[in-house]
Ligand binder design. Structure first.
Ligand SMILES: Nc1ncnc2c1ncn2[C@@H]1O[C@H](COP(=O)(O)OP(=O)(O)OP(=O)(O)O)[C@@H](O)[C@H]1O
Ligand SMILES: [Mg+2]
Length: 231
């Protein structure tokens, strides 16, 4: 699995096996504390999966495991092959605070995935216009509100043209209308570009409105895994 927003082979032809992630009876411990316990589920290419649960339930731990940043202490974990490009949006966003929104977005530019800077700029402007933030591009991140920062982090990830997007609390600072706008955008990428989306959120009522699978955690245990409409 390749990571980061600066690399991208973007070759969907390598997705021969439909299953990207598979967890089988997985535990993750921090010292003697069991953060995840006996977790089993799988995620296939092109699925949208919401990881839900209250604060401390283990959502970030699970995303870090799926990103390959944490190892399981018990059980089996199958991750995507190294050729699959995975882009991550972290809970703390990891934006450059003293740079503008646009300067942060340019970090997604990579000569191997865009023919020219013009092409990248066109994509960037299109995405910014969908989210209604074209007039905010010059704002420094340190002066931006939480919602704009969140949009910026997601757009940077999308502009790197990933095959899998792992996003931790992407709607935490957004009001309902802005969250819906973001979801529509991710849904568009899912349908048009077969983007696999894994989205962690403490707001189960919000994600239940969207089509997708839910993996619900409570105190590190898997309480529900299945279609959102059955929960
Ligand atoms: N590095 C760490 N060392 C020790 N304990 C940790 C560490 N990271 C997380 N934990 C603990 O593991 C549990 C799960 O944490 P995690 O961050 O995965 O939860 P979360 O569902 O993402 O919470 P939030 O909604 O607040 O982001 C919590 O009890 C947390 O305190
Ligand atoms: Mg978290």
């Amino acid at each position: 699995m390749r990571k980061g927003f600066l690399e991208n082979p973007n070759s969907s032809s390598i997705l021969r096996n439909n299953q990207l992630f598979e967890l089988n009876a997985v535990d993750v411990n921090y010292g003697r504390f069991k953060a995840l316990s006996n977790i089993s589920f799988s995620i296939s290419v092109g699925e949208i999966t919401f990881v839900t649960g209250k604060s401390g339930a283990g959502k970030t731990t699970l995303l870090n495991l799926l990103a390959g940043d944490l190892r399981a202490d018990k059980g089996k974990v199958k991750l995507p092959s190294k050729k699959i490009f995975v882009s991550q949006v972290f809970q703390d966003l990891k934006l450059f605070k003293h740079l503008s929104v646009e300067e942060n977005l340019w970090y997604a530019f990579d000569k191997s995935i865009y023919k020219s800077k013009n092409e990248f700029h066109k994509d960037m402007m299109e995405l910014c216009s969908v989210l209604g933030i074209v007039d905010k591009l010059d704002l420094k991140i340190k002066d931006a509100n939480g919602g704009l920062k969140q949009y910026c982090a997601i757009l940077r990830a999308l502009l790197s043209k990933p095959q899998v997007l792992l996003a931790d609390e992407p709607t935490a600072s957004l009001d309902k209308e802005s969250a819906l706008k973001l979801f529509e955008l991710l849904n568009f990428y899912n349908v048009k570009k077969n983007l696999t989306v894994i989205w962690a959120s403490h707001n189960r009522d919000l994600v239940k409105q969207f089509p997708g699978k839910i993996v619900h955690l409570e105190s590190g245990r898997l309480i529900y895994s299945g279609h959102a409409c059955f929960i």
